[in-house]
Design a protein around this ligand. Structure first.
Ligand code: NAD
Length: 469
């Protein structure tokens, strides 16, 4: 895990110093060459200022707003060289991305974040979607091809999971005795189609447990509580496979953009699917909206003329840590956001870890889970200030920074379009075990008692069979 992978010339600016920002810092110090005198962290809170102070790093203690954004950021890049790493909430990603382009510096973020007001405002549900946020990025990209590299949405998921999909496809092809050497996007899409993959869950099970029971009324999570609540109360969204026969109840198509996804008029935190992860086997996951549920199915669409002839269904199936499930139950029941919140620090986690992978289903071998299995104890041994969940994210941010430094003029990209081999090479030391598991499970299996449900016995891999009413 030792070694400098890339150098950043000019200034380095990190926006936000929350659970992810703090976790990325030691990885940057270990693996990126940069000028310490030109490194600034923009962070309104003083809670963790001592970490920066102890390391002699500059802390600009202010909150970015639409009014001060340009002035603050431009002043930090007098010679127009360097990189911005945006790990904040409540700061508009598209605004920062455009400014980075104007200044002429590379940019990395982990989510398309809007200014405050988007997630819990009065807007109709159709407009509070990740699809609309992603379309804003795509519009900028359409208007400006090329230019300084801006990596959009590169954490664990969205981010690393797109690289895991590629490794998983190559593994599946090898196990089925199919020769594959995909290079261009079209080759990857044709490979997935040829392998018969009908859909992909970003299948996660967070088993991290705290040393003290969750206090009532406190929302506990293993990463940003604000970030999680925002996406949890957006409508559920998923990439919509060409094999799907019917929309779910409350399901809507989008009549603008690529039209490859649907949204469900129900919060992601209240939309459960049957899914599968190693060890636990069958489990419930929440269909929380995420950029990878939009980028992956678009990347793997096969077109014939103007028509999409193949696309996988793709969405997040997230089983957060038990304290977060309990916290969600409380806030949904109370019908209001929590008064207090807490992110579990690695020191207070007594057991568990994070299994985060991709579940490719519907092919000749049934279903395959391929992903990272990292315990909190392992994370503690790898780098300070982060639990297993954070580490899967921070390693991907590091990989995105290295890739952006090595490929500085690629314009706006998503993880699917980056070199997955290089990125995983950088990230792999921080991922624990990468494991591949085949299973004969389908969503039609495992019921305790039989109650009426909308089942499609003819095709186990229909979304109808996954969705818990
Ligand atoms: P956090 O809640 O711990 O920290 C958020 C940080 O943003 C804090 O330091 C806060 O002070 C700062 N901030 C808030 N308002 C700001 C403003 N106006 N200007 C500058 N900074 C501001 O969150 P986290 O767990 O560190 O996550 C950070 C971001 O990364 C979130 O947007 C989250 O959704 C995202 N994330 C992505 C992934 C992924 O896998 N893609 C995973 C985890 C988190």
């Amino acid at each position: 895990t030792i070694g400098i992978h890339a150098r950043i010339e000019g200034a380095l600016v990190m926006i936000g110093f929350g659970s992810i920002g703090r976790g990325v810092l030691p990885l940057i110090e270990r693996h990126i060459g940069f000028d310490r005198a030109r490194f600034t962290v923009i962070e309104p809170s003083g809670d963790f200022a001592h970490i920066l102070r102890d390391r002699g790093l500059r802390h600009l203690q202010l909150a970015l707003t639409p009014e001060n954004l340009a002035e603050v950021l431009q002043s930090l890049f007098p010679e127009g060289r360097g990189m911005i790493v945006n790990l904040s909430v409540d700061v508009d990603s598209v605004a920062v991305m455009q400014l980075a382009r104007k200044i002429g510096v590379q940019y990395v973020d982990t989510v398309v974040e809007p200014w405050p007001g988007y997630y819990f405002g009065d807007m109709p549900n159709a407009e509070r979607t990740g699809y609309r946020l992603r379309e804003r990025v795509r519009e900028v990209r359409k208007a400006h091809a090329g230019g300084p590299t801006a990596v959009s949405c590169c954490g664990a998921n969205p981010g690393m999971v797109s690289w895991l999909v590629k490794e998983a496809l190559l593994r599946l092809a090898a196990d089925l005795g199919i020769a594959a050497e995909p290079r261009r996007r079209e080759d990857w899409a044709a490979l997935m189609q040829g392998l018969g993959v009908k859909g992909i869950h970003i299948a996660e099970r967070d088993t991290q447990v705290s040393n003290r029971p969750k206090p009532p009324g406190v929302f506990v999570n293993t990463w940003s509580v604000e970030g999680f609540l925002s996406e949890a109360f957006q409508p559920a969204e998923l990439g919509w496979g060409t094999h799907e026969k019917k929309l779910p109840p409350g399901g809507h198509v989008f009549d603008y953009g690529p039209g490859h996804a649907i949204w469900i008029d129900r919060p992601g935190a209240d939309t459960r699917v049957r899914s599968w992860c190693p060890d636990v086997g069958p489990q419930f996951g929440y269909v929380v909206t995420h950029n990878e549920a939009l980028s992956i199915p678009e990347y793997y669409t096969v077109h014939d003329g103007g028509r999409a002839v193949y696309r996988p269904t793709c969405h997040y199936a997230y089983h957060p840590c038990n304290d977060a499930i309990l916290s969600l139950h409380e806030v949904k029941g109370a019908g209001r956001l929590p008064a207090a919140q807490h992110i579990l620090a690695v020191e207070e986690i007594v057991s568990g870890g994070d299994d985060l992978g991709v579940l490719l289903y519907g092919h000749a071998k049934g279903a395959m889970w391929y992903g990272s299995r990292l315990t909190s104890a392992e994370a503690r041994g790898l780098a300070p200030w982060q639990n297993a969940t954070g580490m899967q994210v921070t390693g991907a941010v590091l990989a995105a920074m290295v890739w952006a430094a090595e490929n500085p003029d690629e314009g706006i990209v998503e993880a699917d379009e980056m070199d997955h081999v290089r990125c995983l090479e950088v990230q792999r030391p921080y991922l624990g075990r990468i494991e591949c598991h085949y299973t004969d499970w389908t969503p039609l299996r495992n019921r305790i008692n039989h109650f009426p449900e909308d089942r499609d016995e003819g095709d186990p891999w229909q979304f109808t069979n996954f969705l818990v009413p």
